[in-house]
Design a protein around this ligand. Structure first.
Ligand code: DC
Length: 233
């Protein structure tokens, strides 16, 4: 287990869009003094670059070539917790949240050569441990041997409510029904993808957060880690 990983455990979190993986993952990483990475950012970064360079997002060979050609870098933010994606020396944090990027990212994420390249980068980031990594295939494909595997779930209605609230709090317009529709669509895309679709790993702990706060879910994961550490002493 983590004895072979210098910096601590690998905590892998998967789940559908809008379930709170990043908020919860960041909380857990902060508490443990670990780093956190949202792997969706990498798929979004590649999508953004492809759109910028006029690469056809349905051309798998061209996307694979682009993924391999780019200079990928990952740097922690000021508090040393969240790892952000940089491509060709520049951060892409703001651009990758554009609507056009989100819309095209699931097509890009369906390309086997792209997944292979990003998977290698993700494994490199986690190989020493001390990391919380979230995405769609982290517990099943990227780190099938993770020390902790968590599958987060919540009802579609609750995820739509949370996303609407988050946008409104940020001063942005948000229509609950439209958001709900886009969540349903993204679930379908993630679950029905031919390569590495979202699924529950058999040995994952499933946490349904519909009636829990983000802090309560974070605490559940921290309890699992503390339990394991007590068992090792
Ligand atoms: O989590 P997100 O919505 O920012 O992810 C962006 C896209 O990347 C989304 O279409 C799902 C995909 N993705 C993936 O296929 N595998 C991952 N490990 C993470 C994200």
């Amino acid at each position: 287990m983590s004895a072979r990983r210098k910096k601590g455990f690998v905590i892998a979190i998967d789940g559908p869009a809008g379930v709170g993986k990043s908020t919860i993952g960041t909380n857990v990483a902060k508490e443990l003094g670990y780093r956190f990475i949202n792997t969706g950012e990498m798929y979004r970064a590649l999508t953004w670059k492809a759109l910028e360079e006029g690469v056809d997002v349905t051309d798998g060979a061209a996307l694979t070539k682009l993924a391999e050609r780019l200079d990928w870098d990952f740097r922690a933010n000021e508090d040393g917790v969240i790892i952000r994606t940089y491509i060709d020396g520049a951060p892409v944090t703001t651009q990758i949240r554009e609507e056009r990027v989100g819309m095209n990212s699931s097509t890009v994420a369906g390309v086997p050569g792209v997944r292979k390249k990003l998977r290698a980068l993700q494994r490199g980031l986690g190989e020493q441990g001390g990391i919380v990594m979230e995405g769609r295939d982290i517990t099943t494909v990227v780190f099938p041997d993770a020390d902790f595997k968590v599958y987060l779930d919540a009802s579609i209605d609750e995820r739509a409510r949370r996303r609407t609230k988050q946008l409104r709090n940020a001063g942005k317009p948000a229509d609950l029904e439209k958001i709900r529709e886009s969540i349903v669509k993204r679930d379908m895309q993630d679950l029905q993808r031919r390569i590495n679709p979202l699924r529950q790993a058999e040995d994952a702990v499933v946490i349904d957060s519909t009636d829990l706060t983000m802090l309560e879910v974070s605490q559940k994961i921290l309890d699992l880690v503390a339990e394991r550490e007590r068992g090792r002493k």
